[in-house]
Design a protein around this ligand. Structure first.
Ligand code: OAD
Length: 231
């Protein structure tokens, strides 16, 4: 079976009703990114940051995966699929994708303030009443924090993601402004001969030399077109 790797960003979840970050009206217009999504912000005001992610988690509980997530999962019938996502939502999981690499963490998980990347410390939050509160403790006794990779932190999953992209026969990038590194650099791991597609209504600039096939549509319509092209 051919290897098909998806690299997804906030745009794939936009049609489910989750706000993107950098579009107009995006999250980073409303909240100062360095206050709510950086390690410095968390150290300065943990309560504000915990509250910000509690709100994101509550929003996630009220939305459903869209056609694009479903079509990504359905392609497992024909390809060996790996989903590399920058999203912290669980919409790929909910449609049954089986190999998912979360580069920026997972909203439905929490971890230790002292050792955020220690697997022993990572816990799954309940689907109801999933708020983290000040005073909630991780296993090591530190304040429980969202399992999110913040600006200023290491991205431990970048290596398995780069390995997957390196082995891909087909790479499909969906709904990302390709602004945030190291995720944005993954495209350069594609080997010569790998077919690359980019689905986004406002596609980011990518080097012409990569020969990217651009599908300038929303995620669901774009995925339908991709499925036709791959037939
Ligand atoms: P951005 O908000 O930067 O980019 C969203 C992309 O989705 C843009 O290119 C939009 O054109 C596109 N888009 C909007 N609606 C779409 C639709 N219906 N279908 C397809 N695409 C659509 O989001 P990301 O690139 O995912 O990290 O942001 C990367 C990282 O920056 C996030 O993971 C987050 C953020 O700061 C952290 O918080 C650590």
């Amino acid at each position: 079976m051919q290897k098909l790797v998806f690299l997804t960003g906030a745009g794939i979840s936009a049609e489910s009703g989750i706000t993107t970050f950098r579009d107009s009206g995006g999250l980073w217009e409303k909240y100062p990114v360095m206050k709510v999504a950086s390690i410095e912000g968390y150290e300065a005001d943990p309560s504000l940051v915990i509250q910000f992610y509690n709100e994101r988690r509550r929003q996630l509980a009220g939305v459903q995966p869209n056609d694009a997530h479903h079509l990504v999962a359905a392609l497992e019938d024909r390809y060996e699929v790996t989903v590399v996502t920058q999203n912290v939502d669980d919409l790929h999981e909910r449609t049954g994708s089986s190999h998912i690499i979360h580069l920026h963490g997972e909203l439905m998980k929490a971890t230790s303030t002292y050792r955020p990347n220690d697997p022993e410390q990572v816990v799954t939050l309940p689907s109801h009443d999933a708020d983290i509160k000040m005073g909630d403790r991780a296993r090591d006794g530190s304040q429980l924090r969202p399992f999110i990779v913040w600006f200023g932190e290491a991205v431990p999953m970048i290596e398995p993601a780069a390995d997957a992209v390196q082995q891909a026969d087909i790479l499909v990038i969906i709904g990302t402004s390709l602004n945030v590194y190291p995720a944005a650099g993954l495209i350069h791991y594609a080997r010569p001969g790998c077919r690359i597609f980019l689905i986004d209504p406002k596609p980011a600039n990518v080097a012409e030399s990569l020969g990217v096939h651009i599908i300038a549509k929303g995620a669901s319509e774009g995925m339908k077109e991709l499925c036709e092209l791959l037939k």
